[in-house]
Design a protein around this ligand. Structure first.
Ligand code: GLU
Length: 378
């Protein structure tokens, strides 16, 4: 059974494990710098109801920076500089975790805090560790409450938004669904403030046309998400076989309302990669790229490995085993995978047939530049 409509999100048979992302704008909706406790208490009740139905819920909660900034009296909600954000998060995270622990505790649920960085989910070994911890916590009946480890992650190694973090966490936890609570009903075909804007209930694939519907920044200025990062999250999730929903969190009982009235946008999985390929396809930081000709692009789409003969350019300084992207000559991203050679070696053998490669390399060539087992189409 798969998730076909929003009501399936409340069904343990279709959505046994669900990641629920709560953004800063909703947590601090009151505008007084204080968390919206009443609303959060109702959400905690909704989580408890899901648990009682037999669902396992993982919470990805923002709000550390906003909470800490209010406590420290920092300007711009703590987002004036990276140092401000990191200091604010260190202070705010304690309060945030405490709040969740208290509110979930009122329903007999135990909260478990996990602070993750981008690298924790990019590195295969650390990713598996995080996955194992999540699995153990859920089996023990705890509710993991996750945030990015903002105080230690620097600009280059940050997700920066909890939307993509939620999608990556869902992969690690092998969840069936991600629910992003937003301040609008879902994805509209244009800016929702414009006349005639239409809510899109189902998206089969996040195409360029879908991306162009999203406006960039967060409306409130509190979070860092906005619709664009929600679509990136949808891509990560749906490629890994996970359904992602955007629903309106501004209602008093947001989950019940979304599920009951079928209001929101559902992004359906585009395929079901096996766990390792799903991790590979969701990697956020690539070390370089290969540009390939039309013949090679066609072969990749048929499930073939990437061979040197079809490569027209090599970008970046990567080593064997590093994650790299593959683009066609128009610049369209086609795939990502793990390189079998260092960038310099590929530079030497690009455009060459396998017979010529041994001489250029000084050793017998490998069967491919990216083997199809290490390649994920986008
Ligand atoms: N991790 C940030 C926080 O706790 C929020 C990131 C986001 O806005 O998505 O404040």
């Amino acid at each position: 059974m798969s998730i076909e409509r929003l009501s399936d999100l409340a069904n343990p048979a279709t959505a046994h494990r669900v990641v629920l992302k709560v953004g800063s704008a909703l947590l601090f909706g009151g505008g007084d710098g204080k968390p919206n406790r009443e609303w959060l208490a109702i959400l905690a009740r909704e989580i408890a109801e899901a648990a009682a139905r037999g669902q396992q819920v993982i919470v990805v909660s923002s709000g550390a920076i906003a909470l800490g900034a209010a406590k420290l009296g920092l300007a711009k909600g703590g987002r004036g500089s990276l140092a401000d954000a990191q200091a604010a998060a260190a202070v705010g995270q304690i309060a945030l975790a405490g709040l969740w622990s208290e509110l979930l505790g009122e329903h007999g649920l135990t909260a478990a805090q996990l602070l993750l960085t981008l690298e924790d989910l990019e590195d295969r070994r650390r990713y598996l560790n995080a996955a194992a911890t999540l699995g153990r916590l859920l089996r023990a009946g705890a509710v993991p409450v996750i945030n990015e480890n903002d105080s230690v992650a620097t600009a280059e190694i940050r997700f920066g938004d909890n939307d993509r973090l939620a999608a990556r966490v869902a992969q690690a936890a092998q969840a069936q669904a991600v629910v992003l609570l937003s301040d609008v009903d879902g994805l509209y075909d244009r800016d929702p403030r414009e006349d005639g804007a239409r809510l899109l209930p189902r998206i089969e694939e996040v195409t360029e046309a879908v991306h162009s519907m999203a406006s960039g920044s967060s409306g409130s200025g509190l979070g860092s998400g906005g619709m664009r990062s929600k679509l990136q999250a949808a891509e990560i999730a749906t490629r890994a076989g996970i359904t992602l929903a955007i629903v309106n969190g501004t209602h008093p009982r947001p989950l019940e309302r979304a599920v009951g009235s079928d209001t929101g946008t559902l992004f359906l999985p585009t395929r079901r990669d096996r766990a390792r390929k799903a991790w590979l396809g969701g990697r956020q930081r690539l070390k370089g790229a290969l540009v390939v000709d039309a013949g090679c692009a066609g072969a990749l789409l048929k499930g073939k490995s990437l061979l040197a003969s079809g490569i027209t350019a090599v970008e970046g300084d990567f080593s064997r085993g590093d994650p790299i992207g593959v683009r066609d000559e128009s610049g369209k991203a086609l795939a990502q995978g793990l390189a079998e050679y260092d960038a310099g070696e590929i530079e030497r053998i690009k455009g060459r047939r396998s017979e010529e490669q041994a001489e250029l390399l000084g050793y017998a060539p490998r069967s491919a530049v990216i083997h199809r087992d290490q390649l994920v189409l986008l």
